[in-house]
Design a binder for this molecule. Sequence first.
Ligand code: AP5
Length: 212
Amino acid sequence: MQLIFLGPPGAGKGTVATKVAVENGIPHISTGDIFRYNINNKTELGLKVKSILDSGELVPDTLTIDLVRDRLSQEDCARGFILDGFPRTIAQAEALEAFARILAVLDFAIPDEQIVERLSGRRVHKASGRTYHVVHDPPKVPGKDDVTGEELIVRSDDQVDSIRKRLSVYHEQTAPLKAFYQDKGLLTAVDATPSPDSVYRSIQQILRKAQA
Ligand code: AP5
């Protein structure tokens, strides 16, 4: 099952992808998570992309494409994968066609106002990437990770200026991918505004149909 989760920042792609990946025994590949892992570990890649992520701009296509090509060549992707946050430009989508076959593209639809509310309330466990929301999905103990009890943080790009920048980058460079995949008959829209459980159930139905 080779899936792309498309949609604006904060639409809930990562939240649902985590569950769908576990349920289907396939890896959840988030380019944002890979970049953040490298930033946290101060690798060469991390040092190169840190200021780009903080600003809300996109990492250059060639670098991102090489990274995903390499990740998809690994053995755990043989039965399928969920790409979350890739592709994000037409150049990335065109490059992907040369090294992966895609079963379905799910387009998470949500208005911009709701996105700002979701991202400003997001809290993250830095080491694992586990994500919470202060209102919609709070941790058992405020400010602490449910599993380790460690402090939760606010992502450095979840400041209002960076959120606005990411939204404008999304509308300009990523939204055109909807038409790209619609033309290929791969796109299905998902209403991303209800609760995470409800979004998850809609996606289960879509995936059952896509596999039938
Ligand atoms: P990335 O990490 O991909 O960030 P993003 O697209 O901005 O997506 P988010 O992780 O912010 O949102 P999400 O949809 O996963 O939402 P989540 O589930 O967390 O990218 C970061 C940066 O990396 C980019 O800006 C760019 O610089 C770079 N980058 C990454 N990929 C790239 C690429 N391909 N090319 C170039 N550069 C790239 O949910 C958000 C919040 O809402 C959470 O608090 C959650 O608990 C809550 N929530 C989730 N679902 C619901 C719901 N249904 N109801 C209520 N609350 C909900």
